[in-house]
Each structure stands twice: as C-alpha cells, then as structure tokens.
Design a protein around this ligand. Structure first.
Ligand code: ATP
Ligand code: MG
Length: 766
C-alpha cells in the first residue's frame, strides 16, 4: 500500500503512523519490545517540526539515558535531511529538571552554578549531620538515611510531607528532621542531589503558578519514552507540565493529594489520584475542543512487561492511570515487532507469559524464524567466559561488527571475568552504564591497600586509604604527612613512620596512624608466608574495610561486598601479588570505550531500549538470576520483576540470543553447585536449542547435578501442566543434600518466600 505524505512517514505501519500523526491531545502507546515505540517518538518530533507545529525549543522530550537523547537527535537529522539545531529540552528527567532548576535557582535558595552531588558526597554530608546530632553512625548508617531520603524524593515528598510513620523509621523518629536539616545544608553548600533536580522543580511549580504557566505555554508538545519506569516524582512533574494553562484550578491541592496517596496515606493506592477537579470558571470552549484546551499534547510510550525499576520507586501503575488522568486519551497498541527473528520473539513471549500481573499484549513478527535461542551449560563461570570469548571471536571472523555484540549480566560483579578475558584476548570492549569492574570505588580502595603493601612508595594509593575506613586521620594529618614527605623527599608512608615518633600529632591521631603503619608492616611480613589471595582477604578484614561495607545498610552495599569477594577470587588466576597488580595496571591502562568497534558489556538494567544482532545472556542460575536477594526481599513481585528483566534481555537481540549457565559459581565468596535458572524451565522447547560449550570441558556427560536438572526443562520434557518453578522446587529439594548447604540460603526458606509473597512487605519505594 503506497503511503502518501512526507518520506519519514512512509516506512511506518498504520498504527505507528496514527501515533505519529495524532498530534492533538494525549496519546499513550502501549506496546511490546521492538514494536517501534522509540521510533514513533522520534518520527513524531520530526513530524511536529516539519509541520511547523512547534519550534525545537518548544518540544519537551524525555529519554531514558543521555545517550538515547543524542541518538534521537541524530535520527531526527536523518529523517529531516538537515541537522536539528537546538533541542534544549531533549534529555533525561534529571538533565531537564536540572536545566529548569538552574533558571530558577534562587527560588530554591541556590545559585545558578550549584553543584550536583553524587552519592558519595551525599553520604559524607549526612555523616556530618549525624555526628552533629550525636546519632550513632554504626547503628543508623548515613547510607541508610541517604536511601530513605532518596525514596522520599522519588515519591515527590518534601521534608514536611514525609508521613510521620516513615520519618520514625530512622534514629527513633529523627528521620524527618534530618531530612530537613540535610536540605538546609545543601542550600548552604550551594548544592543539590539528584532527587532535588525534580523535587525542587515540583516545589517551584507549585509555589509559583506564574512560572509553571511559562513552561506550560512553552512546551507545546511533551513526549516520554520508557513511561513504565517513571516514579511518582517524575509523574507529578509531568502532570504539572502537561496541563494546559487554563485548566489549572487548584493544582497545589490536587498534586499534594497525589503525593500523600503515593506515600501510602490514602485508603487505596489509587485513592489520591483523584479526577482533575472541574474548572470553577470554565472558559467558553467550542465542543470538541475541550480536551485540547485542557490537556497538553502529551505522548507517552511504554511497555508494562519491561518495567524493571520497581526497586527504585518506579510505578508501573502510572501507565494504568494515564487514561484516567488524561481523559480522552487515545491509546494505541503496536503489535508487530521489527527487531527480532521468530524464535527469539517466541522465547521472550513465552517467558513473560508466566507473569500474572500483566496488561497483556500481542507481539508478532513478520521476520523469518531465524536461529533458535541457544542454551549452553558450562562447568563454571570461567569456562563460561572462555566460551563466550571464543564465540565472539568466531562472530568477528565472519566479518560482523563487535558493536553488534552485547553481553548482558544480572549482577555487575559478573563483568569482571569477561573484562579479564577480553583483555587477554585483546578484544575491545566497553562497559555501559557504570564504571568498569576495576574502576569501582570499592575495588580501587582494595587495590590501594594491596598497592601500598607491594610498594610502600605508592603515595596515591596510601593517601586513598589511610583514612578509609575512618580512623580519625583527617586533612590536617594528611597535610602534615605531605609537609614531611616533601621536606625530606620521602614517600608518605615513610613520613608516617617518622611522624608517629614525634609529638606533632594529637595523641589520638598519632595512635591511629601508628596502628596503620604497624598493620602494613605486619601484612608485608605475612606476604612472604601467605598465599596472595589469603593475604588480600586478611587485609580487607583486618583493616576494617569489609566491616565498613557490612555495616552499611545502603542499597548498593551488598553489591560492593560481592565485588570485593570477586576481586579476591580473581587473584587466584595469578601466581602472586606482583603479577596480579601488573595485570590490573594493564587493564586500567586500556582506554575505556574509546574504540570505534567494541563489544558492549552491561547489566540487564542498562540494556533497556537498546538492540544488538548478537546478545549473550550469561549466568542464568538460581540465586543469581533470578536474584536471591530480590526473591527474599520482594517475594512473588520480585520474581515477576526478575522475569521482566529476562524478557528485556531476550528482546534486545535481533538475530541471535545465547543464554548460558554454569554448574559451579562462586556466590558470596563460596563455591557452590548451582541450579539452572527456573527461567530456563519457562522457555518453549520449540524455540530453544541446547548447545555444547566451546570453552573446554563441557558440563554435560558428567552426570552432574546440572545435567540431570537440565533434562527436566520444558525444552526437553515439554510438560506444561506443572508450573516450572514448582518442579524446580521439587528438584531443589531433591538436590538439597548434594548442595551441602554451600553458601546459599536454604530452599525451604525460598519456598516460604513464595507462599507468603502476597502479604510480603512492600519495598517498592526504596
Ligand atoms: P523497546 O521496547 O525495546 O524500547 P521499541 O518499541 O522502542 O523497543 P524501537 O527501538 O523503536 O522499538 O524499534 C525496534 C527496531 O525496529 C528498530 O531497529 C527500528 O528502527 C525498527 N522499526 C520500528 N518500526 C519499523 C518500521 N515500521 N519498519 C521497519 N523497521 C522498524
Ligand atoms: Mg524503545
């Protein structure tokens, strides 16, 4: 069917085209992965511009990452045939919120050059506040408070709006007060944290209707990608901006009701999301124009099956509320997937069908079946990395680009093995959405300890850890050491040794510094008689570094501890400390991500919205994926979110999706026999092929636990009558003895998580 109209419209299917051309009024595109939602948004912008409906500066479009924003701009240029000048409001929620805040900084008691704090700064500041209040940081860690404040901000709550019950959750009722004094401190420091970038916008909009009106008038069109992952603050922000100026009867009252309801004060989750109050003094509008005049031209696209940020406060309900909040919204569904071949799409659809809480969608492809999804078992994670490395080299030999290859992991510590492998193979790679393994703060700290042991003259390393964990060796002490070192031209460590013999330091600092020097002397002596991996563990434990993270109750502490364990494990592959540190300097020396053509390594979470010809999905094992922590903390809801992650992973692949599991993996520092993920059970036999690992000794044929369990997969047995996880459960109970309690929680516990999931605590907002 020949299409008429501009060239950029010609490739679209009728539903996509409708979503692009329905410029007036609210539009919700609710559709599965790869159906062209992002493409619709980009084309819609092109259409708005080419129709002259708005100038670039009048379009607000929210993308999930800054990279996605750049990409969109690039595509726009291609569609329109000329570069698009100035799309200042194309970016993430944070970048756009930050930009708005800079214009009105004084209304938030800031200057326009305010600093945006990262998590570490944030925690440091909170620690000071806790000290000032005489609150024991051990009992009530600053990171926990940071997490709470972040959660409140994600829900759009200012200090005065935090429900008293929740404020009481920290330091016997001091949480709310600390939140308030934290905000005050931020202003004094001319700083904002990430949450403020939106929260201060919301506050300014509510308190200054004239400013809100300016923005409402400016933004003629609003577009939002990945709408399923918006949190309450983002939702409130969007709602404020998306009302046409005339319809703002009493926004403040209404928005606050929303925030209260979101905070759990309402009778039901939806209670506070009341219908927009009728305008007390309606302007005369012509029939049919009412909607147009009251609600902005907002277009949101999303997929409930890809909602994966529940743990960070995202509310998939925002999708359900859309029609309610924007009466007269046009809801468009797209069903044709343009990304993946038949087998991949079938596998992904079959997997997600095991979730209960779904809106339900159809997905089809007109592409050929392509290659089946492969599932490969390996003996251990090292063999897995070797196998994937070889597979990648083979793909490369066929002349395919490395840019078209991605490895998507569940936990960031999994990346280490791949990074090491790639360095050995000389394969260029980039880590997306986070630092590379050896660049993570906790890894750098641990390496700094080892570097000082290896070379006492390593001043940078010494300075990094001399007061980590806190030992009362502050800036004054460091300054003194520097003075000494400079005067006598000796390393800081030697300066420390000299200084503790004088009375230049206060007794407490002096004692503490003496301990540090003595500890390093002891570790160096031990080095001669202890295996380097054991030494590393001893150093981390005796220095108090491990304990520092164990006491830390923030969301990322557990991940950091896992990374540290992984670091110690990775040392096993080297003969001694020297060899290991040399390897590290090689890895660190590589320019990160500078190559044009490189394999992408990232977490499943960071992979949202992206696509690659070849996608590797390693680590599909119980405990890792689905993550035991998620199951423990969130029960059934957590399991469903994990399954959505699996669905996101599979649907990133255009032509090949390759799943891996290892029969042995170190989890939390202990080797244990692992069980293939229950998600493997849930893949359809017809679309999956079992392959042999290319990495060496295959797991198969050994008659090991992995193999017998594997035989039970639907892919072989094709019994659909028993839900996969129940059979997995039975298997687990059978295998319990063999597993020997090696490191992971008991299976009974896990069963309990399932049965009690409906009444489980709701951690969704933190
Ligand atoms: P996700 O949910 O993963 O974010 P999506 O719905 O945003 O996916 P897009 O990334 O926009 O999907 O599109 C997926 C792929 O399909 C892209 O490569 C896109 O260019 C292509 N595509 C989308 N629509 C069409 C079309 N009408 N004709 C040809 N290719 C299309
Ligand atoms: Mg998309």
């Amino acid at each position: 069917r020949a299409s008429v109209g501009p060239k950029y419209l010609s490739g679209l299917n009728p539903e996509q085209r409708e979503a692009v051309e329905t410029l007036d009024g609210p539009v919700l595109v609710l559709a599965g992965a790869g159906t062209g939602k992002t493409r619709v948004l980009t084309t819609r912008i092109a259409h708005i511009l080419s129709q002259g409906r708005a100038r670039p500066a009048e379009i607000l479009s929210v993308t999930f990452t800054n990279k996605a924003a750049r990409e969109m701009k690039h595509r726009l240029g291609q569609m329109l045939g000329h570069a698009v000048e100035g799309m200042p409001w194309l970016g993430t929620f944070h970048s756009i919120g930050g930009r708005i805040l800079r214009f009105h900084a004084e209304l938030a008691q800031l200057k326009s050059n305010f600093t945006v704090l990262d998590v570490d700064d944030q925690v440091r500041l909170l620690k000071q506040l806790l000290q000032a209040e005489n609150i024991d940081d051990k009992r009530w860690p600053a990171r926990m408070l940071a997490g709470l404040i972040d959660g409140w901000k994600n829900r759009g709550l200012t200090p005065s709006q935090v429900p008293s019950g929740e404020a009481a959750m920290f330091a016997n009722g001091k949480g709310g007060k600390l939140y308030a004094s934290y905000q005050e401190r931020l202003k004094i420091l001319n700083a904002a944290d990430f949450g403020d970038l939106l929260l201060e916008n919301i506050r300014i909009f509510r308190e200054h209707p004239d400013i809100l009106r300016q923005y409402q008038q400016r933004f003629k069109f609003i577009l939002v990608d990945e709408y399923q992952d918006t949190n309450v603050a983002q939702y409130l922000w969007l709602r404020l901006l998306s009302q046409a100026p005339s319809s703002l009867a009493s926004p403040r009252v209404r928005e606050e009701a929303d925030a209260q309801s979101a905070a759990g004060e309402g009778d039901s989750p939806q209670a506070g999301f009341v219908e927009a109050a009728p305008h007390p003094n309606p302007l005369p509008v012509k029939d049919g124009e009412r909607e147009k005049n009251h609600v902005k031209n907002i277009c949101c696209v999303g997929d409930d099956d890809q909602s994966i940020y529940g743990w960070r406060g995202a509310e998939v309900d925002n999708i359900l509320r859309f029609e309610h909040d924007f009466p007269g919204a046009k809801v468009i569904r797209l069903e044709r997937n343009y990304r993946s071949t038949g087998h991949i799409l079938a596998a992904a659809s079959h997997l997600i069908a095991h979730n209960e809480g779904r809106l339900g969608k159809t997905l089809r492809t007109e592409d050929h079946d392509g290659e089946k999804v492969t599932v490969t078992g390996s003996w251990d994670s090292e063999e897995e990395a070797r196998g994937i490395g070889e597979e990648i080299e083979q793909i490369q030999r066929k002349g395919e680009k490395l840019n078209e290859i991605a490895i998507l992991v569940r936990a960031s510590y999994q990346m280490r093995e791949f990074e090491d492998r790639f360095v050995t193979l000389g394969l260029p790679y980039r880590v997306i959405g986070g630092p590379r393994f050896y660049e993570r703060a906790e890894i750098r700290d641990a390496l700094a300890y080892l570097r000082v042991i290896n070379s006492p003259a390593d001043d940078l390393a010494f300075e990094r850890i001399v007061n980590v964990p806190k030992r009362g060796l502050g800036d004054a002490t460091i300054q003194l050491l520097h003075d000494h070192a400079r005067k006598r031209r000796i390393p800081l460590f030697d300066a420390a040794r000299a200084v503790v013999e004088t009375d230049e330091l206060k007794p407490k600092a002096r004692g503490s510094l003496r301990d540090v020097v003595a500890q390093f002397d002891r570790w160096r002596a031990q080095r001669e008689v202890t295996a380097h991996t054991d030494l590393a563990q001893i150093v981390l434990d005796e220095s108090g570094y491990t304990e520092m993270w164990q006491k830390d109750r923030s969301a990322d502490a557990a991940g950091r501890l896992e990374n540290l364990k992984e670091l110690v494990r990775s040392m096993e592959e080297f003969e001694n400390l020297q060899g290991f540190l040399e390897h590290i300097s090689l890895v660190m020396d590589r320019e990160g991500g500078a190559e044009d053509d490189a394999v992408s390594l990232m977490t499943l979470h960071s992979a949202k919205g992206l696509e690659f010809d070849n996608v590797f999905l390693p680590g599909w094992e119980e405990g890792l994926f689905p993550s035991q922590r998620t199951l423990d903390e969130q029960g059934r809801a957590g399991l469903e979110e994990e399954r959505r992650l699996g669905h996101v992973g599979l649907t990133r692949a255009r032509r090949r999706a390759m799943i891996y599991f290892a029969t042995n993996r170190r989890i939390h520092g202990t080797w244990s026999t692992t069980i293939p993920s229950r998600f493997l059970d849930e893949l359809p036999a017809a679309n999956v092929e079992i392959t042999e690992s290319k990495g060496g000794s295959a797991w198969g044929g050994t008659g090991g636990y992995g193999a017998s369990r594997f035989d039970d997969m639907e892919a072989f047995g094709s019994t659909y009558s028993t839900p996969g996880w129940q059979r997995a459960q039975a298997n687990r109970n059978r295998g319990g003895g063999r597993n020997g309690g090696g490191g992971r929680g008991g299976f009974e516990e896990e069963a309990a998580t399932f049965s009690s999931s409906s009444s489980g605590p709701d951690f969704g907002s933190f």
